[in-house]
Design a binder for this molecule. Structure first.
Ligand code: ADP
Ligand code: MG
Ligand code: ZN
Length: 482
């Protein structure tokens, strides 16, 4: 990026709420039902029907508002946003406009080097989703209205971000909080989390904002980052060539990695917002607010902090383990079986996460139960098996989720800690390799590793490595003394 310029970015994020039913009727809000099956006169907007507010939608939005340290307005109202589109049978979308439920909050992002920055939250409001137009069926456009009335929460940030990286970190943090709260699954690919990026650039030192564009249609976190980077460069190029930025809506094209203007007809909106006469104001009194607050789970930053204090984990471990609520839960479940905090962390950060990333599964689908991983760690710590054998048992557990001690028994893998038996193996290896013994005696300490390797092989990896080392050193020491 041209270093004379600075980018200014504000994000509008739509989060689909995980309620069972829609926002103003009893239809199922579940994703993936056959087209046009989850509908009723209310969400289809038939004349004469009345919407009824879903209490859960208010509670979820207030919960997010509290997590983002917003002011929760005691009274907020719904408005009609009027526009015509085939997938909006009512001709208007119920949203909040002038009096939203939450305002003036912040989300803290953290850079790789530990530096933190607050991103202001302008507002969080509730609204209903529209239906879906499906354009890729030949010459016909199909309409699926299942999504009409699905509850959404819109989170609008202040124009506080200064780079694509900051926007990426902000989105990641937002998703983390939403999933910790259990109010949205945060899946951008499936559209349950959608992000519109407002972008402008200005000369460094300038205090006024430049003209912004709005980029839509990014369906992954990486695409948001790429689209913002592209748009920043595009705007700088225009200004450098003496041109002016036109305020417009652009669509990200993930195939060609460019932004393209939306057809201006689609863009020309005059929503004629007005208060919805069918809905009462939403009143969140002190009592309700504190009830909602008391259901607040531990948030990611607090949990990360606790992991470093309570389990004495390095910051990096705590960060990875608390990246999702499910992973943190898994970790703490392992700790119900073993209190070896660091080993549990190591196993999860390497062996468990490797499988999860390779197989593209979630921790909830991971085949080894947390309890069995805890038991495996205990078998090592109790000297029943060596760490090396544990790494051999682990793939077996992945296949079967058998208890590790069962596998140890079946395969006869119990560690040999019987000094007599190990001594025999040591003697055998030493007498079979007189040349290397000579080398050791003449000062080549490195051959020790060679002996250990052979002894472990001799005992099929089952010898307690600590005892092997001790015996080996004392035997060779005695030879040296002669
Ligand atoms: P609009 O009326 O066009 O929807 P808003 O004032 O409601 O604009 O802001 C929408 C989003 O755009 C917010 O997230 C806000 O932070 C951001 N925004 C506003 N002005 C700018 C700007 N000049 N550059 C970048 N982002 C901006
Ligand atoms: Mg706006
Ligand atoms: Zn309905």
């Amino acid at each position: 990026m041209n270093s004379k310029y600075e980018a200014v970015i504000g994000l509008e994020v739509h989060a689909q709420l995980l309620t069972d039913t829609k926002i103003f009727c009893g239809c199922s809000a579940k994703f993936g039902a056959p087209p046009n099956t989850n509908v009723c006169p209310v969400c289809l907007g038939h004349p004469g029907v009345l919407p009824v507010m879903n209490k859960k939608v208010v509670e979820f939005t207030v919960l997010m508002g509290l997590a983002a340290e917003c002011k929760i307005n005691e009274r907020s109202i719904f408005a009609r946003k009027n526009y015509f589109y085939p997938d909006l049978p009512k001709g208007y979308q119920i949203s909040q406009y002038e009096e939203p439920i939450c305002q003036y909050g912040k989300i803290t992002i953290e850079f790789k080097d530990g530096l933190k920055k607050d991103i202001g939250i302008t507002r969080i409001h509730m609204e209903e989703d529209a239906g879906k137009s499906i354009h890729d069926q030949g010459y016909t456009t199909m309409i699926d209205v299942n999504r009409c009335g699905t509850p959404l929460m819109e989170i609008v940030s202040e124009p506080d971000m200064r780079s694509a990286e900051e926007a990426y970190l902000y989105l990641t943090k937002l998703k983390q909080i939403l999933t910790y709260l259990g109010i949205c699954d945060g899946n951008m690919e499936e559209g349950s989390l959608r992000c519109d990026a407002n972008i402008s650039v200005r000369l460094k030192g300038e205090t006024k904002f430049g003209t912004k564009t709005e980029v839509k249609n990014m369906n992954s976190f990486r695409n948001v980052e790429k689209a913002i980077e592209f748009e920043i460069e595009r705007q700088i190029d225009i200004i450098e060539e003496g041109g002016k930025i036109i305020q417009q809506t652009l669509l990200w094209d993930a195939d060609s990695n460019v932004v393209k203007p939306m057809r201006s007809k689609e863009e020309a909106h005059d929503y004629r917002y007005f208060p919805d006469p069918d809905l009462m104001p939403v009143v969140v009194d002190k009592k309700w607010k504190s009830e909602i607050a008391s259901s607040m789970p531990e948030l990611p930053d607090a949990r990360k902090e606790r992991f470093t204090n309570q389990y004495l984990l390095p910051k990096y471990d705590a960060e990875v383990l608390t990246s999702s609520r499910e992973l943190a839960d898994y970790y703490e479940k392992v700790l119900t079986v073993t209190n070896d905090y660091k080993s549990a962390s190591n196993w999860i950060m390497t062996d468990v996460l490797k499988v999860i990333n390779d197989e593209k599964i979630s921790i909830n689908e991971f085949p080894v139960s947390a309890e069995n991983l805890g038991r495996l760690i205990m078998l090592i710590n109790d000297n029943v098996i060596s760490g090396k054998i544990a790494k051999e048992i682990f793939p077996e557990m992945l296949k079967t989720n058998k208890e590790p001690n069962e596998i140890v028994k079946e395969k006869n893998l119990v560690q040999i800690s019987d000094t007599g038996e190990i001594e025999m193996a040591v003697d055998k290896i030493l007498s079979a390799n007189p040349k290397q013994v000579e080398e050791y005696l003449s000062g080549k300490d490195k051959v020790l590793g060679f002996f250990v390797g052979l002894i472990m092989k001799e005992t099929k990896g089952k010898a307690n490595p600590q005892i092997v080392n001790e015996l080996l050193k004392s035997k060779l020491g005695r030879l040296k003394g002669k």
